[in-house]
Design a binder for this molecule. Sequence first.
Ligand code: BGC
Length: 391
Amino acid sequence: MIRASLVFGACGVLLASCGGGTLAAPGPSTAAAPARRDNPFAGARFHVSPEFSAEVEATAARAPSDAARLRKVEGLATAVWLDSIEKARVAGRVLDEARAEQARSGQPVATVFVLYDLPGRDCAAVASSGELALGPGEARYRTEFIDPLAAAFRAHEGQRIVAIVEPDSLANVATNLAVPRCAASEQAYRHAIAYAVKALALPHVSLYLDAAHAGWLGWDANRAKIARLFREVLDEAGGPDAIRGFATNVSNFNTLGDGDGKRLEPSNPCPDELTYVAKLSASLAEAGIGGKGFIIDTSRNGRGGIRAKWGDWCNVKGAGLGERPRASPAPGVDAYFWVKPPGESDGASEPSRPGYDAACATDASLPGAPHAGQWFSAYFLQLVANANPPL
Ligand code: BGC
């Protein structure tokens, strides 16, 4: 994943225009239904991934002196990333677990997924290139990734399902069309996302489109651009009512409210994530998308002042765990949530490793990092040591 686009013109210098989508992809078999209108996190327990807990436990077992502190994280909720066709098959099993927990506790359980398998994925970086190619991958995305997921979601009515749709993708369309792979991906991204929203907009499913973060889309021109783009994609998907809202800061490190970004990019009117959410809300309203809720990823944003460049996005040194997942923490915010499972790598730092990305090998990034998505114990230990609020 690329986590900021300053290089590619966050202030409008190299921005190519967002072309309009004309060719509609074949629609899913059912018409879009309105999404839940209320906050799916409110009054709910959050599903805890046993895989995440097991990684934390394994790290604790190898680090006895830190074990007690590490184990405080073991029972916290993280999102389940569906980053391949194969991985998407776990959705049914995860939702079965949540259903059992719901029955045991007598409380609704919210389960959070991230959909992350677009054709031509991660067009402006290397670390998270995906399995699906542009062209042949476009039909596979619909029939092998989204359709089975829609079936798994339908089989779990009566549960609260949250799906965050395709981090970075529309932000790359908004600001990175000067990158040839992004220009080539634009139509596939637009139509695949519209298809996903239409297929998954069920009454018990709350969809959130990824809206990047303050350091990428905070500038007035970029917010206006992404808002128009969301409107176009949502119109193709049946209208803005199909989604509950937007997710920001996914896998990034922006602090919530201390204005840390002022130091990094004085021209950006959004120096932190809460300011971004407020200003993005206004930009969205201007594009006719009103009343939406936001999820802010707080898994690794506990500490500001850790970056010299806002564009640093890979396993950033000095980061700490941020606010614990919770519902309705601030006006307009549905939840702070750990969308990026803390401890999973952003990309490989050594040229000899698969998924190597030069952005993960600078002084800003912790060395020794494995492929994106794989467990990186040393990084997890750092996040825990720097947790703010402390554990
Ligand atoms: C990776 C995914 C992974 C996700 C969460 C992304 O950067 O590409 O494979 O599931 O991070 O760790």
